[in-house]
Design a protein around this ligand. Structure first.
Ligand SMILES: [Zn+2]
Length: 131
């Protein structure tokens, strides 16, 4: 009986740990500014991970982040950008499906390798928020 109870407790602990992970507890724990989806307010990137504001996308200015959250990636595709050819994947909000920007997956030009793994998020698609 005791053994069974212990098992249940462990299960509950694991479940709550998993749901914490899904809810990105770190977003509410640290009081850092972040960017959220303009359409549904889903938090998608932390100000701390902002690398540059000097990017251009279809809609105008765009930001480069080292990390993003709460997104899904589209298919890999080769895209010719101003600075060269890249393999990229579109970045979608995982809540409302809005296209927020893209992620660099591969560069065909060594001088552009620093972008690989980073995210471009269009300024017009996000809101800056303060936790
Ligand atoms: Zn959204």
């Amino acid at each position: 009986m005791l053994r069974l109870k212990k098992g249940i407790d462990t299960c509950i602990f694991l479940l709550s740990f998993t749901s914490l992970e899904v809810n990105y507890s770190q977003w509410s724990l640290d009081k850092h500014p972040f960017y959220s989806c303009n359409r549904c307010r889903n938090p998608v990137a932390l100000r701390d991970n902002l690398l540059s504001k000097a990017f251009k996308a279809h809609s105008g200015q765009a930001y480069m982040f080292s990390e993003a959250k709460n997104f899904v990636l589209g298919e890999n595709k080769v895209r010719q950008l101003i600075t060269g050819r890249f393999v990229v994947a579109d970045v979608y909000c995982n809540n409302c499906g809005e296209v927020l920007g893209w992620k660099y997956l591969k560069s065909f030009n060594v001088s552009q390798n620093y972008k690989v793994g980073n995210f471009i998020i269009e300024k017009a698609k996000v809101l800056k928020e303060y936790a």
